[in-house]
Design a protein around this ligand. Structure first.
Ligand SMILES: *Cc1c(COP(=O)(O)O)cnc(C)c1O
Length: 434
């Protein structure tokens, strides 16, 4: 029999957080528990409660919490006094990671890329990509897309669409043109054609771009999924206009949409790729910028960072790559589970006149409004399911279960989600509480 969530009713004492921690915190206010332990798809709290994790660190835990193979590799490495922090020193852990990346991921896909280690979070990988594209092309303008999310440092934030996030910048966010993403004006209008027209028109006011920065599925922006055809048009446009194609695969990559890279079956070859979130596999911060070798025009130290040598992350990332990606079994498993997920979400959504979004194990329900989505996730949490929202208004209930989750646990979580949608949309919602 499947274990079910067993949420604790008691709220922990949060005085220390209220006294000491900045008000900038956010997830913990929707999920007001204190967690002590986690394994697989489970989170355990300080009152013995057990929650199913359909947030998975915003897709930073694609292989689940504390996967035994990754944990073993890390424990062994620490136990033998392996290098923990290595600046950009050569270390056996880094060599092993690069070898795994080359032999298991890049070579079999016919991909020739150079790896640039950057500061440990996704936004660092995006900053490096933007800097390199501007340096190589000598151009300033970057084309980003509506609802895109690329990180919170100024360069990446300038490419991010969300007004609430942009508002925190405090200075003008410049040198980016935000163009309509695939489907922005509905299914009838091909926004790649609109962009082509603007780029071809010397009087459109659009400067020659250094790069296009795009997600294949918009993780924070509402799970809008670009079609392969649209991505191919965008890639061709970039090439024709001398701009570099940067695919931000920080959330959609590392298997979340089915393959190691989210664009593998789209027939495109990005000039630059950013990876982070699930790259280390165990939740340790690790980000990477990959680019075609001829773009490697950096001077030594021209882009830098103290924490470019998180060797613990190299160890778990290499172990994850070898364990999960050495053959096609994992990708097949994700595809099968993604189908299950899609079918369940379609059925739940259809019963309530809602739509679904996304691709692979990155799908969700469009609840129509942020208020309705929050109501759904609130009820789900009460029943022991940790799940969050996405989109301009937070209107998408987003399922980011670990890719390794058992089918019956996935079903159990979706049962909770289904009941939550039923309850949230019932005419009696809130009445009983009066
Ligand atoms: C999360 C995310 C980022 C930023 O990564 P951080 O580690 O939060 O800096 C950038 N791009 C995409 C697509 C993301 O999902």
């Amino acid at each position: 029999m499947t274990d079910l969530p067993r949420p604790s009713r008691r709220k922990p004492d949060t005085a220390i957080y209220e006294r000491m921690e900045s008000r900038v915190r956010s997830y913990c206010t929707a999920i007001p528990r204190q967690f002590t332990r986690a394994e697989g798809a489970w989170l355990h709290d300080s009152h013995g409660g057990r929650y199913l994790d359909f947030l998975a660190g915003c897709s930073s835990l694609n292989y689940g919490h504390n996967h035994p193979v990754l944990k073993r590799a890390l424990i062994d490495y620490v136990a033998r006094d392996g290098i923990a922090h290595g600046l950009d020193f050569h270390t056996d852990a880094k060599a092993e990671f690069l070898d795994a990346l080359e032999t298991v991921i890049l070579k079999p896909r016919g991909m020739d890329y150079r790896a640039m280690f950057v500061g440990p979070t996704g936004t660092n990988a995006v900053e490096a990509a933007l800097k390199l594209a501007r340096k190589v092309t000598g151009r300033q303008t970057v084309i980003a897309f509506t609802n895109g999310f690329h990180g919170m440092t100024l360069g990446a934030l300038a490419c991010t669409g969300n007004e609430g996030k942009r508002g925190g910048a405090g200075v003008p966010l410049a040198h980016v043109s935000h163009e309509p993403y695939d489907g922005y004006y509905g299914p009838e209008i091909d926004t790649a054609d609109l962009l082509e027209q603007r780029l071809a028109d010397g009087s459109s006011g659009l400067d020659a771009p250094a790069a296009f920065l795009v997600e294949t599925v918009q993780g924070e922006g509402g799970l809008n999924a670009a079609s392969a055809g649209w991505m191919r048009k965008i890639a061709a446009l970039a090439k024709r206009h001398g701009a570099l194609l940067i695919v931000d695969d920080i959330q959609a990559g590392c298997g979340r949409t089915g393959r190691f890279f989210s664009f593998e079956e789209m027939g495109i070859r990005p000039d630059i790729i950013t990876l982070a979130k699930s790259l280390s596999g165990i939740g340790a911060p690790f980000a990477l910028t990959l680019f075609r070798p001829e773009l490697d025009q950096w001077k030594p130290g021209e882009h830098n960072g103290t924490f470019r040598g998180n060797n613990h992350a190299f160890v778990t990332a290499a172990a994850a790559i070898r364990h999960f990606w050495s053959d096609d079994a994992f990708a097949a498993d994700i595809a099968r589970r993604g189908d299950l997920l899609g079918r369940r979400l379609d059925a739940i959504a259809a019963r309530h006149g809602m739509g679904t979004r996304g691709r692979g194990m990155m799908q969700g329900i469009d609840a129509g409004t942020g208020a309705m989505a929050e109501r759904i996730t609130g009820i789900a949490f009460r029943e022991g399911l940790v799940i969050e929202t996405s989109g301009a208004d937070g209107e998408i209930v987003k399922v980011l279960a670990p890719l390794t989750i058992d089918d019956d646990l996935l079903a159990a979580g979706l049962d909770i989600l289904e009941r939550a949608v039923n309850e949230a949309t019932a005419p009696t919602y809130g009445v009983a509480a009066e």
